[in-house]
Design a protein around this ligand. Structure first.
Ligand SMILES: Cc1cc2nc3c(=O)[nH]c(=O)nc-3n(C[C@H](O)[C@H](O)[C@H](O)COP(=O)(O)OP(=O)(O)OC[C@H]3O[C@@H](n4cnc5c(N)ncnc54)[C@H](O)[C@@H]3O)c2cc1C
Length: 420
C-alpha cells in the first residue's frame, strides 16, 4: 500500500531493498527453505538468496567475508514523522479536528459505555474511543474499565550519521548471527534514509519507564560493534545525533486490534511495536471496518480528497526550478539552514500548513532546518526569529517544543521587558 499512500500524501518513499547477511555457509539450506516459504507461501515474490560475491558487488563496503544473504528488493524506507504529519494534515484538510497538547486523564463509564472523556483541555463526549496511546494504551483501557492486556516497554536507541556516510551503502542491512539470535528483534541494522543519512540501530532494552528516552553510550557502542561486522567502514565519528524511542510490546508480543471486551464503545489498537509503522495503513483499514460496524454504519465523505500537496523542497530542485520558485516566492531565495539547504519560504510554508506547530522542533520535523551536520547551531536562532515574527511575539516567547522550553531569556525587542 505504501507506494500509493506516499504518492497521494506527497511523502518520500524509496524501495531501497534489504539484505540480511550470514557468515555461516552451513545455514544456507535452512535459510533457502525459509526464503522459499516467503516467496511461495507468504507471496513476497522478490525474496531471494544471493551469494556473498553478489552482495559485495551490490554493496562494496560490506564485509567481504559474508557467505550469502537474503535479498528483499521491495523493502522500503519512509520518514516516519513526515508520514504521520502528512496523514494528519490530510485528515484536517478533509474535516478532522486535531487537539494538540491534550492528555486524556480519565473517563466516565456507565453501563459498559464511555460517556465522556476528561482531558487537560476540557471534556469530550465521544461516540467511540479508539485507543492508540502507544505505551500508555493499558492506562486508557483501564480508564474504560476494559483492561485485559499489559504493556512491557522496550527501549531502542538509534544514531544518525552525517550524509557523507550515506555514500557507504544504499539499502537496509542487518547481520544475522545465528548463535546470538534473540527472539523479538533483528538486532538492529544499518539503513540509508530517504534523506540520505545512515541510521544505525536500534538496540532493545527492557525498561519499566515508559517515558525514559535517555540515551546511553553503552547502547550506541553495542550497536556499532555489531554493525561494524556488516560494514567495517562505519565510524562513530560520523554520528550527528542519536535518540531513544520506547516500543510498546504486550506480554504476548502481538498487536491487539479489537473491540472492547467489557466496554462497548472502545476499539483497542494497542501493543503496536515494530513493525507498527510498516503495518499502519493496513491496520487503519481494520480499525475503519470495526468503527463503521460499531457505529452501525457511516456515510462516506463525498468530498474526501486523498491528495496532499507537500511543501516543495528546494534542495531537490534543479537550478531552473529554483529560479522559477524564487521568482514566484522570493522567500525561497533566502537560505536559513545551510546544511540541509532549507529556505525561509519553506519555513513559512510549514508555519502556514494545516496543522501549524510554531516551535523550533515543529518546524524542524516539517521541513528539516537543524537536521544536518551542525544540528541547528547556525540556523536555530534564525528559525526562532522567523517564528517570533510569524507569531508577532518577542523572541523569548518562542519555544523549542513543549511548554516552558523557551530558547532565549531577557529582553527580546529593544525597550521591551521580557517575562523572565
Ligand atoms: C527504536 C524504535 C524503532 C522502530 N523501528 C521500526 C521500524 O523499523 N519499522 C516499523 O514498522 N516500526 C518501527 N518501530 C515501531 C513503531 O514506531 C511503532 O509501532 C509505532 O510508532 C506505534 O504507533 P502508535 O500510533 O501505536 O503509538 P505511538 O506512535 O506511540 O503514539 C501514541 C500516541 O498516544 C499519545 N498518548 C499516550 N497517552 C495519551 C493520553 N493519556 N492522552 C492523549 N494522548 C496520549 C502519545 O503522546 C502518542 O502521540 C520502532 C519503534 C522504536 C521505538
Amino acid at each position: 500500500m505504501y507506494g500509493d499512500v506516499c504518492r497521494d500524501l506527497g511523502v518520500e518513499f524509496k524501495r531501497v531493498g534489504q539484505y540480511v547477511c550470514f557468515n555461516e555457509a552451513w545455514a544456507k539450506p535452512i535459510i533457502s527453505a525459509y526464503v522459499w516459504k516467503r516467496k511461495h507461501i507468504d507471496k513476497i515474490e522478490d525474496s531471494e538468496i544471493i551469494s556473498g560475491k553478489e552482495l559485495h558487488r551490490r554493496e562494496p563496503n560490506f564485509n567481504g567475508r559474508f557467505r550469502f544473504a537474503i535479498s528483499n528488493p521491495s523493502t522500503g524506507c519512509v520518514c516516519p514523522y513526515g508520514l504521520t504529519i502528512a496523514y494528519a494534515e490530510n485528515a484536517v484538510m478533509n474535516g478532522a479536528k486535531v487537539m494538540l497538547n491534550t492528555a486524556v486523564t480519565s473517563m466516565q463509564v456507565e453501563n459498559g459505555r464511555i460517556i465522556s472523556v476528561s482531558t487537560n483541555r476540557g471534556t469530550v463526549f465521544p461516540h467511540i474511543v479508539i485507543n492508540a496511546a502507544g505505551v500508555f494504551s493499558e492506562e486508557i483501557a483501564k480508564m474504560a474499565n476494559d483492561r485485559f492486556f499489559s504493556i512491557h516497554p522496550r527501549r531502542g536507541t538509534n544514531s544518525i550519521l552525517d550524509k557523507k556516510a550515506g555514500r557507504y551503502m544504499h539499502s537496509v542491512a542487518s547481520i544475522k548471527e545465528l548463535a546470538a539470535s534473540s527472539g523479538h528483534t533483528k538486532g538492529g541494522g544499518i539503513l540509508h534514509t530517504v534523506h540520505d543519512n545512515l541510521l544505525i540501530g536500534p538496540d532493545a532494552v527492557e525498561t519499566s519507564e515508559k517515558e525514559n528516552v535517555a540515551t546511553n553510550p553503552e547502547s550506541i557502542e553495542k550497536v556499532f560493534t555489531r554493525q561494524k561486522n556488516t560494514m567495517p567502514v562505519l565510524s562513530e565519528r560520523d554520528i550527528i545525533t542519536y535518540f531513544t524511542g520506547v516500543r510498546a510490546p504486550t506480554f504476548e508480543e502481538d498487536f491487539i486490534i479489537e473491540k472492547g471486551r467489557k466496554c462497548e464503545n472502545i476499539i483497542h489498537c494497542a501493543g503496536i511495536q515494530s513493525p507498527g509503522l510498516t503495518t499502519a495503513p493496513a491496520v487503519a483499514l481494520d480499525i475503519e471496518k470495526m468503527t463503521v460496524e460499531m457505529l452501525g454504519g457511516a456515510e462516506k465523505n463525498p468530498g474526501f480528497n486523498p491528495i496532499r500537496k507537500p511543501i516543495p523542497p528546494l534542495r531537490n530542485m534543479s537550478d531552473e526550478e529554483r529560479a522559477a520558485m524564487i521568482e514566484k516566492n522570493p522567500d525561497y531565495g533566502e537560505i536559513i539552514c545551510r546544511c540541509e539547504e532549507i529556505s525561509k519560504g519553506e519555513i513559512l510554508d510549514a508555519l502556514n500548513s494545516p496543522i501549524c506547530v510554531p516551535t523550533v522542533d515543529g518546524v524542524k520535523k516539517r521541513v528539516r532546518p537543524g537536521m544536518g551536520r551542525c544540528q541547528g547551531g547556525f540556523c536555530s536562532p534564525l528559525v526562532t526569529k522567523i517564528i517570533a515574527e510569524y507569531l508577532d511575539e518577542p523572541l523569548n516567547k518562542v519555544r523549542k517544543s513543549y511548554d516552558g522550553s523557551v530558547i532565549t531569556y531577557g529582553s527580546a525587542k529593544k525597550g521591551e521587558k521580557a517575562d523572565e
